[in-house]
Design a protein around this ligand. Sequence first.
Ligand SMILES: *[C@@H]1O[C@H](CO)[C@@H](O)[C@H](O)[C@H]1NC(C)=O
Length: 167
Amino acid sequence: MSSLFLSLLLVLLLFSHSSDSRSVADVLDLSGADAVVDLNRTTFDDFLKKSPAGFAIVEFFAHWCPACRNYKPHYEKVARLFNGPHAVHPGLIVMTRVDCADKMNTDLCNRFSVSHYPMLLWGPPIKFAAGRWDPKKQNNEFQPIEDGRTAERLLNWINKRIGRQLI
Ligand SMILES: *[C@@H]1O[C@H](CO)[C@@H](O)[C@H](O)[C@H]1NC(C)=O
């Protein structure tokens, strides 16, 4: 084994044993695997119906959209707090995304009245499954996340929404 490999292994081991003592900066700077769950027409309802998480965030985006590309690392940073094996708050919020530029997802994105990219919607996973959202109708099941433009702002929004300081 190369020494580079061993160093990487050591870093991984250190991280896996230090989850309780991580600072905000550590957590937000962790890079690595994609923590966001990619959903599409075929997987969306089923995945969210089965999700044990209390809340879901769906990012409706378009892969060609420059604002979406800029936003990606921010959304990823926050997703790493909640999704995946190293989540600091596992089971609380599941963070997902749907590529609305993919034609197969057009109906799905229309169901949630996607009007711009990226658009973030908050709600219980079970309500997203087979659900729909129309901003013109009174509906308190879903809430658009108006200000999640950076990782910090998104975290602030989440902290306020659930009424406690997660990090
Ligand atoms: C939808 O996503 C799943 C899981 O990522 C993938 O296996 C599947 O091929 C996708 N569906 C289509 C029609 O591309």
